[in-house]
Design a protein around this ligand. Structure first.
Ligand SMILES: *Cc1c(COP(=O)(O)O)cnc(C)c1O
Length: 432
């Protein structure tokens, strides 16, 4: 028997390619797709034990599927966590991450610049479920952040690099405030990806992803992921995290923290939330996600290299009013980006035209290589005007709070030749 390689000793690029599915002798080299709703057992008693969580094993894909678990374990290795799960979308990931430790009557602190979908999830939909939230400016001081905590606060949620405001979060500052109040810091790491930042290294406790973006990378499948660092000690606050620290009657009184230790949080989200709310990723989408992950390290580096070239071009162009890209030395988040994302930030740039909001649609319509799509962070360059598209339900006041100027153009730089992306911008800028 050959010795097995130790994943913990591999660099991130090797993890992208090699982690997850580890074939035994004679097995499929490539991750198999378990395209099956269900799994067969020889005895009825064994099946019963699975339902009691006394044995581990697959029984129904709404809860768990081997293909999904292999891909989740790769993302887990990339983030340096202890347990992970896939969800049907990034929305489901953020919803489950929060709802796993919150119930009616609880409170969440949310960065005001998060993605519009997350903003709406917390401030509108979860509010209807009795979970309230306070918005915090990601640039707020520790005193200002600390002032927002209440008795019933259960977590803090923010993004490493906000979509589309491109605010870089001071993760250590937020982790310190959250931990001082006995609650976990959750970080949506979609834009940075673990290639550029691993939030657990700076004190974050839970990481979420919309895998629909760079992880999939080709805009072929919607998906999400939740990763637990294993560092937050829920059992230190048994009154606050009752769902993890007291018996679950729907599983004959097991207590997640006692029975599953560091796996408690992800186990609970799987066996309770997936069971009841059913937002599993399809195994086929997980297979596609895995193909994307195999080149994540190459693509993210190229996205960042291209984005810096494009941002530099835009910054020097006479028709461009402003450019926001945390990789630019002139950017207000440059220092924070150097600390948290020294190898690159992301491929997304935002900018505004001197000709203003009125000229923006005309400019976008003139682009040839860059397509107008409701997406970011895939291989093909694309463009969107949040005030008229993703954020159109927001008032001017809300847009401002979300860090989205009315004239903001979100430009997601792909992995084509930078010179061609620049040429396209050049010709479109001629007409405004
Ligand atoms: C897109 C996105 C989401 C939502 O993910 P979906 O996969 O579209 O459901 C959440 N957070 C961030 C930062 C995103 O960019």
């Amino acid at each position: 028997m050959k010795d097995k390689m130790n994943l913990k000793e591999l660099g991130l690029g090797s993890i992208c390619v090699q982690a997850g599915w580890q074939p035994e002798n004679g097995e499929s080299r490539v991750l198999p797709i378990y395209q099956s709703t269900t799994f067969k057992y020889d005895s009825s008693e064994q099946m019963g034990r699975l339902f009691d969580l006394e044995d581990s094993g697959y029984f129904y894909t709404r809860l768990q599927n081997p293909t999904n678990d292999m891909v989740a374990s790769k993302i887990c290795e990339l983030e340096g966590g202890v347990a992970a799960m896939l969800t049907a979308s990034g929305q489901a990931a953020n919803y489950f991450a929060v709802f796993n430790i919150c119930e009616s009557g609880d409170h969440v602190i949310l960065s005001s610049t998060v993605y519009g979908g997350t903003h709406n999830l917390l401030t509108v939909t979860m509010k209807k479920m009795g979970i309230t939230c306070s918005l915090v400016d990601p640039d707020a001081s520790e005193d200002e952040i600390n002032a927002l905590f209440k008795e019933n606060t259960k977590c803090v949620l923010a993004e490493t690099i906000a979509n589309p405001a491109l605010v870089v979060l001071d993760i250590e500052k937020f982790a310190k405030c959250a931990h001082a109040h006995g609650v976990p810091l959750m970080i949506d790491n979609t834009f940075a990806t673990p290639i550029n930042c691993r939030p657990f290294e700076f004190g974050a406790d839970i990481v979420t992803h919309s895998t629909s973006k760079y992880m999939d990378g080709h805009a072929v499948s919607v998906g999400g992921a939740i990763v637990d660092s294993g560092n937050f000690d829920w059992s230190r606050y048994p009154d606050k995290f009752k769902g993890l620290c007291t018996p679950d009657e729907s599983y004959h009184g097991i207590t997640y923290c006692e029975k599953f230790g560091k796996g408690a949080y992800i186990t609970k989200a799987t066996v309770q939330l997936m069971r009841d709310l059913g937002s599993i990723q399809s195994p086929f989408n997980a297979f596609l996600l895995n193909m994307g992950l195999e080149t994540l390290h190459l693509r993210v580096a190229k996205h960042c290299e291209n984005a810096l070239e494009v941002a530099t071009f835009l910054e020097q162009h006479e028709k461009v009013a402003w450019v926001n890209y945390p990789g630019l030395k002139s950017n207000r988040y440059y220092e924070l980006a150097q600390k948290y994302l020294p190898n690159g930030t992301c491929g997304v740039i935002s900018f505004g035209l001197k000709a203003g909001r009125e000229a923006t649609p005309k400019f976008m319509d003139q682009l040839q290589l860059a397509a107008i799509v409701t997406h970011v962070a895939d291989a093909r360059t694309c463009v969107l005007h949040p005030a008229s598209h993703t954020h159109r339900q927001m008032s001017d006041e809300q847009l401002k709070e979300a860090g989205v100027a009315p004239d903001l153009i979100r430009f997601s730089v792909g992995i084509e030749c930078a010179s061609d992306i620049i040429k396209d911008l050049e010709q479109a800028l001629k007409i405004v």
